[in-house]
Design a protein around this ligand. Structure first.
Ligand SMILES: Cc1cc2nc3c(=O)[nH]c(=O)nc-3n(C[C@H](O)[C@H](O)[C@H](O)COP(=O)(O)O)c2cc1C
Length: 435
């Protein structure tokens, strides 16, 4: 198996590394901050990040430097950075590891981003369930403050940056950037209509950048080792750097794997994650968190970069790769995801609020062998009326499991319905009359 240089997991995989400030500094930590503060102009830092090709690791894959460039240049008032540590996507568990095992890496990234965009205040919005992570990040913040990396006049450069930790209350929707902003403001986490975008009207209506933990953690290395080095890793020019893929499901070695983008699913699953746990053939892959359309074993040789996965009909999303073996009922699998989305629908937009329970009800009926063939049309119709018709991308996300399982495994839906016709003929006949 080829060996790859790790960037973000390297420190924590070194024997004896605790993630303390002393360990991080010993590994070269905060050198990037020393290199930029007062020495490289903020606009130039943004240019370096653009040159590196870094794209967001939170889900949408938007180019990071370009996003920073959208902030109004002449604006004199306060600007904010929000670090999205909500990690609410099922199957995704990388930000948690980054925060628990190497919190200063993320903090240095936040400080560099704040300097580049001219923000004096940053909020880390951490998922409510990450109680341990919150304690570790708080301790790291205290250490970094005491060492002069956070606060007023950082390292004597005259730069002021304060970072606050904000714990969420456990809602998936608060990972969506504008719902996150509402939540930090103390309101119920409901997504905002865009435009205006956070770049101009973000936190407290001020120019704001929201970036994911993993995105920010890459910044110190882009500064110390140069954007060209970063841009040479992965699948340049559009998918540069490494990704931490969170492999879960029916594999022998589930866990986080940091590999260059562009590796195939086959290599990740069979060489890194040890292959299938029971040596049954692979049946399905969720390539990028629960919001991503399912792949089949036919997609094993698709490259894990933004373009290749999109061309194959799904998305790299949050990097959560869930593997399912032969024997898994795909209608049941889609139902489990749909139950999650139904529970988490925030209720703001009617197609999602009304459509989600309807989808769950219909799916449950099919799985319970009480479905009818017309249900498949109802499911398709509902999905089409939700996708693209909601304020945020939640609507598109929740229909992906159903649409993709209907595409690849429609026969499994039909088999369950045919069994229903045998098991409950009277009931179905009555339902047809009522219909
Ligand atoms: C329903 C929903 C949930 C999301 N959850 C997360 C999340 O938990 N963490 C995250 O970083 N991004 C999440 N996102 C994406 C964010 O809205 C945003 O694009 C991201 O934080 C931007 O950071 P990046 O450019 O560094 O990726 C979610 C998006 C949607 C629509």
């Amino acid at each position: 198996m080829p060996q790859y240089e790790k960037i973000l997991l390297k420190n924590m995989e070194t024997s004896g590394y605790t993630g303390s400030l002393a360990d991080y500094e010993h590994a070269g930590g905060y050198q990037a901050l020393r290199k930029v503060l007062g020495k490289i102009a903020p606009a130039e830092v943004t240019e370096l990040v653009k040159k590196s090709g870094l794209r967001g690791r939170g889900g949408a894959g938007f180019p990071t430097g370009v996003k920073w460039g959208f902030l109004p240049k002449e604006y004199q008032g306060p600007k904010y950075l929000c670090c999205n540590a909500d990690e609410s996507e099922p199957g995704t568990f990388k930000d948690r590891q980054l925060m628990e095992r190497d919190p200063h890496q993320m903090l240095e990234g936040i400080l560099i981003a704040c300097y580049a965009i001219g923000a004096e205040t940053a909020y880390i919005y951490i998922r409510g369930e990450f109680a341990l992570g919150a304690r570790i990040v708080e301790r790291a913040l205290t250490e970094a403050r005491a060492a002069g990396y956070i606060g007023r006049n950082i390292l004597g450069t005259g730069v002021t940056i304060e970072i606050w930790l904000h714990r969420g209350a456990g809602a998936y929707i608060c990972g969506e950037e504008t719902a996150l902003l509402e939540s930090v403001e103390g309101k119920r986490g409901l997504p905002r209509v865009k435009p205006p975008f956070p770049a101009t009207h973000g936190l407290y209506n001020k120019p704001t950048v929201v970036n994911n933990v993993e995105t920010l953690a890459n910044l110190p290395y882009i500064i110390t080792r140069g954007p060209e080095w970063f841009a040479s890793i992965g699948s340049p020019p559009k998918s540069t750097g490494t990704r931490i893929f969170c492999v879960s499901g029916h594999v022998k070695l589930p866990g986080n794997y940091e590999v260059p983008m562009g590796m195939t699913f086959r290599e990740l699953i069979y060489e890194h994650a040890g292959g299938m746990r029971s040596d049954k053939p692979l049946k399905a892959i969720i390539p990028g968190g629960a919001s991503a359309a399912f792949f089949t074993e036919q997609h094993l040789d698709v490259k894990m970069d933004f373009e290749s996965v999109a061309q194959a009909g799904s998305m790299l999303g949050s990097g959560g790769v869930t593997v399912m073996e032969e024997g898994t009922n795909m209608v049941w699998a889609a139902l489990k995801l749909m139950e999650f989305f139904n529970h988490e629908s925030c209720g703001k937009c009617s197609p999602c609020r009304e459509g989600s329970p309807w989808l769950v009800q219909t799916m449950r009926r099919i799985v319970a062998k009480r479905g009818r063939m017309e249900d498949l049309e109802t499911l398709t119709d509902l999905c089409k009326n939700i996708a693209g018709r909601t304020v945020c991308a939640f609507g598109d996300a929740e229909v992906a499991p159903i649409m993709s399982t209907l595409l690849h495994w429609r026969h499994e839906y039909e088999e369950l319905i045919r069994e229903a016709e045998v098991t409950h003929p009277k009931e179905l006949a009555m339902a047809a009359v009522r219909h």
